[in-house]
Design a protein around this ligand. Structure first.
Ligand code: HEM
Length: 135
């Protein structure tokens, strides 16, 4: 399968996981917060009803960005710049990625090693972009 198709399959993987578990993002934040004591502090004033939707959009942007979509790049750049003030490190992004992968693997009934590889490519490209422009 061509790499572009593999990346595109992450969209369906996200959709399946969201359909499977309506508490997907709740579970993600629980896992992410448990990964380091510094993380929950950063979200002390966050409205999670809004944040969950923003994160869903952010992940979709990462997928389109990895596919080379120019408009997604522009939008992701704005989000990366907003994150400057949090002084995020690669280690923190790795916790974010690991938490997300764990929740995807748990909730997408069709998760498999090929999809895992595609997700890793999508999230690595996005995280490298955040580190380049948002730190
Ligand atoms: C180490 C990883 C990350 C941490 C600790 C983090 C932390 C935060 C925090 C504290 C906020 C502000 C929430 C508020 O307004 O109260 C925020 C906003 C946001 N985050 Fe992250 N973030 C991380 C990674 C990401 C990634 C990778 C994405 C994209 C896929 C993302 C997407 C967003 C979006 C869309 C917003 C809303 C921005 C806005 O105000 O318009 N975050 N993040």
């Amino acid at each position: 399968m061509a790499i572009a198709d593999e990346l595109s399959n992450t969209k369906y993987s996200l959709m399946r996981a969201l359909l499977e578990n309506h508490n997907f993002f709740h579970e993600f934040y629980d896992t992410f917060f448990a990964s380091s004591p510094v993380i929950p502090e950063m979200f002390a004033d966050t409205d999670f009803r809004k944040q969950r939707e923003l994160l869903r959009q952010g992940i979709e942007l990462m997928i389109w960005f990895a596919e080379g979509d120019e408009m997604a790049r522009e939008k992701l750049l704005k989000i990366a710049v907003i994150h400057k003030r949090f002084r995020l490190t690669r280690e923190m992004y790795d916790l974010w990625r690991t938490s997300l992968m764990k929740i995807l693997a748990k909730n997408d009934p069709e998760f498999n090693p090929v999809l895992e590889q595609a997700w890793n490519t999508v999230l690595s490209r996005g995280i490298d972009f955040f580190l380049e422009h948002g730190s």
